[in-house]
Design a protein around this ligand. Sequence first.
Ligand code: APR
Length: 308
Amino acid sequence: MKKITVIGAGNVGSTAAQRLAEKEVAEEIVLIDILEGIPQGKALDIWQSAAVEMFDTKVIGTNDYKDTANSDVIVVTAGLARKPGMSRDDLLLANAKIVASVVEQSAAVSPNSIIIVVSNPLDVMCYVALTKSGFPKNRVFGMAGVLDTSRFKNFISRELNVSVKNITTMILGGHGDSMVPLVRYTTVEGIPLSELLSQTKIDDLVKRARNGGIEIVNFLKTGSAYYAPSSSVVEMVEAIAKNTKRILPSSALLNGEYGMNNVYCGVPVKLGVNGIEEILQLKLNDDEMKAFQISANDVADNIKKLNL
Ligand code: APR
């Protein structure tokens, strides 16, 4: 892959740019922000680690969308982050304006790009990006499920004292308090989680995964998580760049899938060079379906508030 633009040179954006550069996911990474000097300084700093980290990726910082032209992938991290006491939905109106503006400007100069949204509230911001870019739905989607499942896997591995690599799971729904961890689809080297832990313990871990973001906000006080979020979006970009067809939970526009219409929600998708190449439809039981519907309806209500 030739070029990846990361919009927003804050905590998530700059850490994502660093990881993308170190992994040589593309020939060039462009970091852009509204603040003058910040993307230039951080890009230069990352690039100056090339001789130590042994990468050949170019890392450019800018305030000018011309420099982002013809990007293959655009990662949107611009926007406000949460502070203690705030839910992701509290960011709705402010971040919708920011995401609309950065997507309009970047999509205009990179008409064939794939947009991955990270800004919160995630699922609604994906809808803003879809509307403002005018791109087809396979090229506009969001990072949430990879992060939520990574958190859940981390908590399970620590509870069982087994490698995180042994754990497989899936989380559906919106990236918010109503996300739906699928315990039935959670296994440890093929062994169902329910055979290894009591229901009470599993419920605790599910709760902790749901609150994984706020736990960090409450420690940091001045912002929200960025190491795991940046790792998660980089995993998605790599699947696209290398056309691996990995199945990763992502926020995708549902039109008929899971009985939903015109709403973004977290579902398992196959990622490749065309972006979302397939949405996988899992068979859900009644409880799971109900929880999924509640979560999707939350997202739909927030989309309505924006009058797009
Ligand atoms: N154009 C470009 N960049 C912008 C704009 C804009 N219109 N508005 C804000 N930004 C930039 C800010 O200048 C800042 O550098 O977005 C960056 C956000 O960085 P942080 O405040 O460090 O926030 P971060 O932790 O990176 O989170 C960014 O990702 O995970 C989500 O909820 C989080 O919505 C938040 C986003």
